[in-house]
Design a protein around this ligand. Structure first.
Ligand code: ZN
Length: 312
């Protein structure tokens, strides 16, 4: 009854304040909606201020504690009433009146006074083609929603150790800080990859005049790939790098001046560890099931890369 009577009040409030008519409504188990037509209007939408105006007007009617009455009317009486919508039936027409505010042909049950609706709260508004769907809560539902939102706010206050009014600013600041940290991290990761690549290159054994870099790093596959990318820009180098972890990954690559089929070398190495993978002649990647398998794969890669360098 609260939701249904609230719908009558809100629909009429949208006509009075925004000239927006309700073309459909739905009284749902959790929330209710009205679909407002904006067709034929110069505007194509109702902004937040317009929606707030209608909500305020509806709540003024709630606060006014107007009687809500129902009566069957004769066709003559009906003709004299400013009905919000023409009735769907032609006889035994029951008109529900919110005194002096709204007249609707309706067979439903309603509260006796508008104050029993307690509150009308619009919680969402979204365009649906030419219409605007407004979702609202009345009375007990609005109170329950307030309790839910209050708990949410208190949760945020506890987590951020900030007053409610400061939370939005704080979230904005934290997001900006996170952005700055991400940029710093990307820069540092790039520098780290370059320096790691330089160290691996310097320490790598020379086979057939080429450097053979085979190593496992205790870091993520993305960082390992960055090091591999940095290494391949050196001259005369064949590379097999691995990321240790729950799902060990392997990369085989080479500089442009080295004749090595990275795809074939990767497949051979991965197979030695019971894994698989593949790729292009200059870049290939794959995985093996465990870190023990990774050791077998790296041993196989060391042999395969060294043999290929000896042949060139
Ligand atoms: Zn009704």
């Amino acid at each position: 009854m609260q939701q249904h009577t609230g719908q009558h009040i809100l629909s009429q409030a949208f006509i009075v304040t925004e000239d927006a008519e309700t073309v459909a409504f739905h009284l749902g188990a959790q929330a209710s909606t009205i679909d407002l037509t904006l067709l034929g209007k110069s505007r194509t939408d109702l902004d937040a201020a317009a929606i707030a105006r209608a909500e305020a007007a509806a709540n003024e009617i709630v606060d006014a504690a107007l009687p809500v009455t129902a009566a069957f009317v004769s066709p003559e009486e009906l003709a004299a009433l400013p009905l919000r919508k023409p009735p769907k039936v032609t006889e035994n027409i029951r008109v529900v009146q919110v005194r002096g505010f709204d007249w609707s042909a309706c067979g439903g049950t309603h509260v006796a006074y508008t104050s029993h609706v307690q509150q009308i709260k619009i919680v969402a508004a979204e365009r649906r083609g030419p219409e605007l769907r407004v979702t609202f809560l009345c009375g007990r539902r609005a109170r329950a929603d307030y309790a839910r939102l209050k708990a949410l706010a208190q949760g945020l206050v506890a987590r951020f150790t900030a007053a409610e009014d400061e939370i939005l600013d704080l979230v904005d600041r934290r997001a900006a800080e996170a952005d700055a940290l991400r940029k710093d991290l990307a820069l540092l990761e790039g520098e780290w990859a370059e320096s790691k690549a330089a160290a691996l290159y310097a320490d790598a054994p020379v086979v057939g005049g080429k450097r053979v870099v085979v190593a496992a790093l205790d870091t993520g596959a993305d960082r390992v790939k960055k090091v591999a990318q940095a290494l391949r820009s050196y001259p005369g180098v064949a590379v097999c790098l691995a990321a240790r972890g729950e799902r060990p990954q392997l990369v085989v690559t080479r500089s442009d001046d080295v004749a090595l089929d990275a795809g074939a070398a990767l497949r051979a190495a991965a197979a030695a560890g019971g894994g698989k993978g593949g790729g292009r002649p200059d870049w290939a990647q794959g995985g093996v099931p465990t870190n023990e398998a990774l050791d077998l794969a790296l041993a196989a890669a060391r042999v395969a890369l060294a043999e290929a360098m000896e042949r060139t």
